[in-house]
Ligand binder design. Structure first.
Ligand code: BGC
Length: 767
């Protein structure tokens, strides 16, 4: 979680939200010209947009009500200096001063961006960014900003996304001023822009009325590693700060813009690659660009995979089929956010603010009059969670500005893209607070405490089981349950197990690939922080084609002393299937220990063994000390303590690999309970229990066992530390997850409401 000093904000820009007024005295920007030329979506324009210039008092009140602490917004250069230089429009100054003061009255800290693309048309007519005088023009504007606002604002950002200004505005021409200049001209523009940044820093500090902090807000997709291997991380870092784009796309570059600003030089690799296109670059230029800054900003929206290729060089990797994306088709890549934050802070060593991050959604007003933008919540939750991962690792990240507060004018896309946490009806100027804004309010209030990374998982934890080969095993685990295993001697499926002899692997959840034993150790909260050094239960399906040996298990005390600290084994069986007239061995006929010992030593097996009839749907509890054996043709679901200690008393004289299997006569005699529990107490039929009910079959010190027959729909509350489930018949849906016979899964701690439907039988257990 983040500390109390962390700056939680929202961001916007002047042109995207303000709107205009016939008497506002502003000058035109290049975007006015561009939209008048009809060069954007549906010939839209920003003359009204969110009309924030007439609604800011209400909009800031809304921010305050939602607990927003900081607002990054921009000033419109052409509103303040209608001709770009010279005459100051006092109406603009007083509007912006009132805006800042109103923010502050509402407890919102202002962060001013000087230039978020509101380039004065008057200066465009003098050559715009291509004219080197732009350095002085922007410097003059910075002086005016410092003189008029630095008494009431302490945080300033010079330029937003130089990559877009140069690339979209002057190379591809999709943004104003919509030029398609030559590559050398665009390098000249980039160089002028960086110098203008430097000049602005100088003038902001020179004319500031108090000590101020200044940063820069570049952008760029993040090259992030396909896997977390050291090689892939290195490959991604190399691409992120490298020069892999074709020349007609060269401006999507991090180091070309950030190295001069933060490190004082252009990157060597770039100077080499771009040498034929570069303008004259002097020592004095570099000094001007390299002004001391207080923080770095970065706008991060997404990234692309890179890994180390076979030749050791970075290689680009396609996104997975069906990857998540936003309404404007940008990929959703939270991991890129983590790596971008890490890479930038490592290289530039300045405190970082995420100056923009967010997504456009297909937001719509629902029948209840609200806007349920769940995709945005999922997006922000994963991105802010990724940011917390970096923060927890000690990265110096100071703040986060969500893009954006109000749905607004999305540049060449007009009003097509809704990026806001507040819905705006552009026909009426009505605002509706989307669900994401309330969610973000909680993020702010709890410093990230409500992020899902800080909650225990609510996901169903599916397990891939481990199957074993046994001399008495058969083929039903493969044929009836479809476990992908070979062999005609498949005896046991360890369905939910963290035992070293059969540790299950998690699948289809946030812990996919992890062993259950590892999850138990690393995330005890998933299991309700139960006080136990190991996952306490073990669930198996047993297919006995032939008879199992006659066995007995020790209890905890005996196993601890004689079996190297192991747990004892209390277990129970649910008979999934058996032959007609089937029997099972349970208990024995000895009346005293002496008699027991004699019967065993003298091999009086028919006298000793107690065999009783069973049928499908029977339930048997096998306490330690109970002699037992499954007979051939029986299929059972076994729930037991997490232990693999069995004492074999008798193996019908069979040979395995030509030799008899080991017997454990002395230990067996030690632990067998004499006399045995009565037959009536040993078996009960639970075949016909009420449907759609959590039927308790048995409770002991180690487990609670339940049987559920789903027919249609049912719900119940999962309030135990965790609940194991195995589907033993049929199929259905559990909380949105399709499940079928043979599936094993765990419902974690705090799971809450379990919604089951379909036609299926489930055997469940808790501790
Ligand atoms: C810009 C914003 C824009 C946002 C979403 C950023 O590149 O700074 O002005 O609205 O992305 O496209």
């Amino acid at each position: 979680m983040f500390d109390d000093k962390f700056v939680w904000g929202v961001a916007s820009s002047a042109y995207q939200v303000e709107g205009t007024d016939p008497d506002d005295g502003r000058g035109k920007t290049v975007w006015d010209t561009f939209t008048e030329q009809g060069r954007i979506f549906q010939n839209q324009n920003a003359y009204t947009s969110c009309d924030n210039m007439h609604h800011y008092k209400d909009d800031y009140a809304l921010m305050k009500n939602l607990g927003i602490k900081a607002y990054r917004f921009s000033l419109n250069w052409a509103r303040i200096l209608p001709e770009g230089t010279g005459r100051v429009n006092e109406k603009a100054v007083s509007m912006y001063r009132d805006m800042i003061l109103t923010m502050k009255e509402n407890g919102i800290t202002p962060y001013i961006t000087l230039f978020h693309w509101e380039f004065p048309q008057a200066l465009q007519e003098k050559g715009g960014w291509l004219n080197e005088e732009v350095v002085d023009w922007f410097g003059e504007y910075a002086k005016v900003v410092a003189e008029n606002f630095s008494d009431i604002c302490e945080d300033f950002i010079t330029i937003n996304e130089p990559q877009c200004v140069v690339g979209l505005g002057h190379l591809s021409g999709v943004h104003a001023p919509g030029l398609k200049l030559s590559v050398p001209e665009t390098f000249q523009i980039a160089h002028n822009l960086l110098k203008a940044h430097g000049q602005a820093v100088i003038n902001l500090r020179k004319y500031a009325k108090q000590k101020i902090r200044i940063g820069f807000a570049p952008t760029g997709g993040v090259a992030y590693p396909y896997t977390d291997s050291a090689e892939d991380i290195e490959a991604a870092r190399k691409v992120y700060f490298g020069f892999y784009n074709p020349m007609d796309n060269w401006t999507w570059n991090i180091s070309w813009f950030s190295d001069p600003v933060f490190l004082g030089h252009y990157p060597k690799e770039g100077l080499e690659k771009f040498k034929e296109y570069l303008p004259e670059i002097t020592e004095a230029d570099m000094q001007l660009i390299h002004q001391p800054l207080d923080f770095m900003g970065q706008n991060i929206y997404n990234g692309y995979y890179v890994r180390q290729g076979a030749d050791g060089e970075p290689e680009f990797v396609d996104r997975e089929p069906g990857f998540p994306k936003t309404a404007c088709n940008w990929p959703v890549t939270p991991k890129a956010f983590y790596y971008g934050i890490k890479f930038l802070t490592e290289r530039y060593q300045l405190p970082l603010y995420i100056t923009e991050n967010g997504m456009s959604c297909h937001d719509n007003v629902s029948f209840d009059g609200r806007v349920h933008d769940n995709d945005r919540i999922t997006f922000l939750d994963s991105y802010i969670g990724a940011m917390q991962r970096a923060y927890d690792e000690g990265v110096d990240i100071r703040g986060y500005f969500q893009w954006t507060f109000l749905d607004n004018f999305e540049w060449s896309e007009g009003y097509k893209e809704r990026f806001g946490m507040i819905y705006v009806d552009f026909m009426t100027q009505r605002r509706i607070v989307k669900d994401s804004a309330f969610w973000y309010q909680d993020v702010i209030k709890t410093n990230g405490g409500n992020l899902s990374m800080n909650q225990t998982t609510k996901e169903i934890l599916f397990l891939d089981p481990v199957c074993t080969h046994n001399i008495w095993g058969g083929t039903r685990l493969r044929e009836d349950f479809h476990y992908p295993v070979e062999g005609d001697d498949l005896g046991e499926c360890w369905g939910i197990s963290a035992h070293p002899n059969g540790d299950g692997t998690l699948r289809d959840c946030g812990f996919s690939g992890m062993k259950l034993s590892e999850l138990w150790k690393k995330h005890p909260e998933v299991f309700g922080n139960v006080d136990s050094d190991r996952f306490p239960l073990l669930i198996k399906i047993i297919d006995a084609k032939d008879d199992l040996s006659i066995q007995v298990h020790p209890d905890d005390d005996y196993a601890k002393v004689h079996e190297n600290g192991s747990l004892g084994k209390t277990e129970c069986w649910y008979i999934l299937d058996c032959k007609e007239n089937a029997t099972i061995v349970i208990g024995h006929n000895a009346g005293t220990k002496e008699e027991l010992s004699r019967m065993i030593h003298e091999g009086k097996w028919s006298e000793f063994i107690r065999e009783i009839p069973i049928k499908k749907g029977d339930f048997l509890q096998i306490d330690p000390g109970t002699v037992h054996a499954i007979k051939g043709g029986t299929l059972i679901l076994e729930t037991q303590q997490n232990s693999d200690i069995t004492y074999r008393v008798y193996d019908y004289g069979r040979l395995s690999n030509g030799k008899p299997r080991e017997l454990h006569i002395d230990k067996s005699i030690d632990v067998i309970t004499v006399p045995a529990k009565s037959v009536a107490d040993s078996v009960k039929s639970v075949a016909d229990l009420p449907v759609n009910t959590l039927n308790e079959l048995y409770v002991c010190k180690y487990f609670h066992i339940y049987k559920i027959e789903v027919s249609g729909k049912m719900t119940f509350e999962q309030n135990a530390p965790f609940m194991n489930m195995t589907v033993t018949e049929g199929n259905g849906i559990v909380n949105g997850q399709p499940v079928k016979k043979g599936d094993h899964f765990i419902l974690p701690n705090g799971f809450g409401n379990v919604e089951l439907q379909g036609r299926m039988q489930i055997i469940a257990s808790t501790i």
